[in-house]
Design a protein around this ligand. Structure first.
Ligand SMILES: [Fe+2]
Ligand SMILES: [Fe+2]
Length: 472
């Protein structure tokens, strides 16, 4: 692959300088993007030096550079992973054919929809997180938040590039709309509901990056299988950045638990609130909320759209190539849940119809690993309580379980029982107010606020007490 062109206004490895029309279109989108960043991004840190990672190459080694950057000067670029020679479509009706370098006319509307929905989530999360910097538990955490923010904005660039480069006038229109819909906006909300929920505090942020960025991982993996090669290569590179976002969530919750457990043992109590930490019951309620809201992002359990995207070769399964089947799913079935007479049953449906459920099951399996890690922290601290993932039917608004009251253990409840008990399972107003009361900013290098343990190590070889963010 040709190297990255940093002499350009828009760093890229897609040969932008050779396509003047596209370059002009993106250069006219760029100031509107910057205006959006200034208005709805973490603008109170515009003048700070932030120790940030910037993507500078797509190779296996050394793809990122770390340095102090002022965020409005961050080099948001367009990077596609190296092309795979002789790549063929791995699934669906076109399996075995050469991948597409242009949008097949008959799939244009479906492909554009996939790009728009993915693209819409990227700036949405920046908007949701824009106030968190004011209450960061440490400079280390502040830097991680801002890193996630600039990279989600780069993911917006990645999708805006595809729209501009491959979808003509309607693509340009869609790229504009990515900057016009806003998280939580009454009139023009973001497309998916989890991206209109506020992220009001750092406990929410850590669970968001654990669960909702992980949904992103699974969506990107299935798009990385696409027969439309530019989409596959764009999302392959996005996955490199995504890994850090999930690390922020996994390690963030792990550190919250370490601090809570330390105080539980020291004071021989479950009630650590008087000591300025978050009790396990509250942490479990936040977990229940974020897990269930994120499950909705995968869509209906059976979906003819998902079947169509797969058959067309646009969106595959997680690790499609490693699966030992016909990659067309002719005649195969997959188990999904159904609610009948107040009981949850498993029924077999055509596998093609169940692809959302397949992806959601892969996601849940991945979530389970982090849970085990968190529970190890509790065990090693000498605490006997454990966190758990609620039943997939709990608190769902989309799919089979929408409108069905299900307890975290998986019991179907009457609406009255749900009304009585759900406040024990979801964050209450009191929980949220308590967590909000703990959100006190800490701005001295190396210091941590009292509700979270320090990280095991710093970022990219720097110590924990490094000045990750400094006022100019
Ligand atoms: Fe992203
Ligand atoms: Fe992310």
């Amino acid at each position: 692959m040709g190297g990255v062109d940093y002499g350009e206004r828009i760093p890229n490895n897609v040969g932008l300088a050779e396509d003047r029309r596209l370059q002009r279109a993106l250069e006219s989108w760029q100031p509107r993007f910057l205006r959006w960043w200034e208005e709805l991004g973490p603008s109170q840190f515009s003048r700070h030096d932030v120790w940030l990672r910037t993507a500078v190459d797509v190779g296996q080694e050394g793809w990122a550079n770390f340095d102090y950057v002022r965020m409005p000067e961050y080099r948001w670029g367009i990077f596609l992973a190296d092309p795979e020679p002789d790549r063929t479509i791995g699934f669906g009706a076109h399996r075995g054919q050469e991948v597409w370098q242009a949008v097949p006319g008959e799939y244009r509307a479906d492909l554009r929809r996939l790009v728009v929905v993915q693209g819409d989530t990227e700036p949405a999360s920046v908007e949701q997180q824009r106030h968190l910097g004011a209450t960061a538990p440490s400079l280390y955490d502040l830097r991680n938040l801002l890193q996630v923010n600039v990279e989600e904005a780069r993911h917006l660039w990645a999708m805006a590039y595809l729209l501009h480069a491959y979808f003509g006038a309607d693509g340009r229109e869609e790229a504009s709309l990515l900057l016009e819909r806003h998280s939580g906006d009454q009139d023009r909300p973001r497309i998916l509901s989890a991206f209109n929920e506020p992220t009001p505090d750092w406990l929410s942020f850590f669970f968001f990056t654990y669960f909702t960025d992980r949904d992103g991982k699974f969506q990107l993996h299935s798009l990385a299988e696409s027969g439309f090669d530019p989409l596959a290569r764009t999302t392959q590179f996005m996955l490199k950045e995504e890994a850090h976002h999930m690390f922020v969530g996994t390690s963030g919750i792990g550190r919250v638990l370490a601090r809570t457990a330390e105080l539980m043992v020291a004071h021989d109590t479950d009630d650590v609130r008087p000591f300025g930490a978050i009790d396990l019951a509250t942490i479990q309620r936040y977990l229940n909320f974020h897990f269930s809201v994120t499950l909705d992002l995968f869509g209906a359990d059976t979906s003819s759209n998902a079947a169509t995207y797969y058959a067309e070769g646009l969106k595959g399964r997680f690790h499609e190539r490693e699966r030992a089947d016909d990659h067309q799913l002719h005649g195969s079935t997959y188990p999904v849940s159904a609610v009948r007479d107040g009981r949850i049953e498993v029924v077999e449906v055509p596998a093609l119809q169940a692809l959302n459920q397949v992806l959601r099951d892969d996601f849940v399996a991945d979530c389970t690993k982090g849970l085990a890690r968190w529970n190890r922290i509790l065990a090693e601290s000498g605490v006997s309580e454990r966190l758990f993932l609620p039943h997939v039917g709990f608190n769902r608004q989309v799919g089979t379980f929408a409108g069905v009251a299900v307890s975290p253990e998986g019991r179907v409840l009457s609406p009255e029982d749900w009304a009585h008990q759900s406040s024990a399972w979801l964050p209450s107003r009191d929980d949220r107010a308590f967590v909000a009361s703990l959100m006190q900013p800490v701005t001295a290098p190396g210091q941590m606020v009292g509700w979270i343990a320090p990280p095991a190590s710093g970022i990219a070889g720097k110590p924990v007490d490094f000045a990750y963010v400094r006022a100019a």
